[in-house]
Design a protein around this ligand. Structure first.
Ligand code: 1HE
Length: 261
């Protein structure tokens, strides 16, 4: 276990072997995101140490995050608002398209910008206290941290519209059922599960993780012909890597695990 320097007191960082644990540390404000915290996320994810193979992000206190710090919102004019939203996009793009996959461990409120951060991560683990909402609709604003692009990819546009039109809150179990989280665990078990998944992800071939993070989203965003071509190209490049050849030989010679083992 190794502490590393954080760009802000609102984030705590810890290295455990090849995994970086990022804890959001503003529990007195329910981990609401002020600019310092958004910029802190950006800095952490653009400076991932080279030995790190996966990140686990979670919230300290009773909630993952209450979203945007609303006390900062009312001071901005339209131009500042535009740049502020683009700052969120920049920071969360670093999470989604950084150097390593990111597992989010969720509990309590995952609302507004908190859901935007969670949806920029690659896998979500939810404890039973988790609840999801997009209160922007009720606050008289619109999402600005990427939710309109990322959340429909998890749950579909109709469900996102409903969340914003009506203020609908999804509880942990429903959230897992509709695709907001991939894993549902007992309260207090999320970090352990997140680390277990991060270890599995870390043991993959680097090229597989790269393709999943950087190529699959582009395939999904493209037309069928372009997507199929990109798939062929990345499949050929991945299979050509020495790591892939070694893994295939290991399987054929009985040294690799069977599916499900
Ligand atoms: C905050 C924030 C915040 C709490 N900005 N200060 N997000 C929201 O609309 C969610 C608003 N928050 C809540 O609904 C509740 O706080 C929670 C359900 C998340 C948690 O409830 P609870 O009872 O545990 O905490 P609390 O008593 O409501 O809040 C504790 C303190 O945190 C209190 O401050 P205090 O100085 O009076 O102690 C709250 O004011 C403060 N706090 N949430 C600022 N969000 C890129 S665009 C994204 C747009 C959005 O994210 S909009 C959604 C905003």
């Amino acid at each position: 276990m190794q502490e590393i320097e954080s760009p802000t007191a609102s984030l705590q960082l810890e290295i455990r072997d090849e995994i970086l644990l990022v804890a959001i540390n503003r529990p007195e404000k329910r981990n609401a995101f002020n600019d310092d915290l958004v910029l802190g996320i950006e800095k952490v994810f653009e400076n991932i140490p080279s030995q790190i193979r996966c990140v686990v992000i979670y919230g300290l206190g009773k909630h993952f995050s209450a979203g945007l710090d609303l006390s900062e919102l009312k001071e901005r004019d339209a131009v500042q608002g535009l740049h502020h939203s683009r700052m969120w996009h920049r920071a969360l793009d670093k999470v989604q398209f950084g150097s390593v996959p990111v597992v989010a461990v969720l509990h309590g409120a995952v609302v507004g910008g908190g859901l935007e951060l969670a949806s920029a991560c690659h896998i979500r683990v939810a404890e039973s206290s988790t609840f999801y909402a997009l209160p922007e609709g009720q606050r008289g604003i619109f999402v600005g941290g990427g939710a309109s692009v990322r959340v429909p990819k998890l749950i579909g546009m109709a469900r996102m519209m409903d969340m914003m039109f009506t203020g609908r809150v999804y509880k942990a179990e429903e959230g897992e059922r509709i695709g907001l989280a991939q894993y549902l665990v007992e309260e207090g078990q999320g970090l352990e599960k997140g680390i277990e998944l991060a270890k599995k992800i870390s043991s993959n071939a680097g090229m597989t993780n790269y393709a999943l993070m950087h190529v699959l989203p582009k395939i999904v965003d493209s037309g069928q012909n372009e997507g199929l071509m990109m798939e062929s190209l990345i499949a050929a490049i991945s299979a050509d890597a020495p790591e892939a050849k070694k893994r295939l030989t290991d399987f054929l010679e009985g040294r690799a695990k069977k599916v499900g083992e």
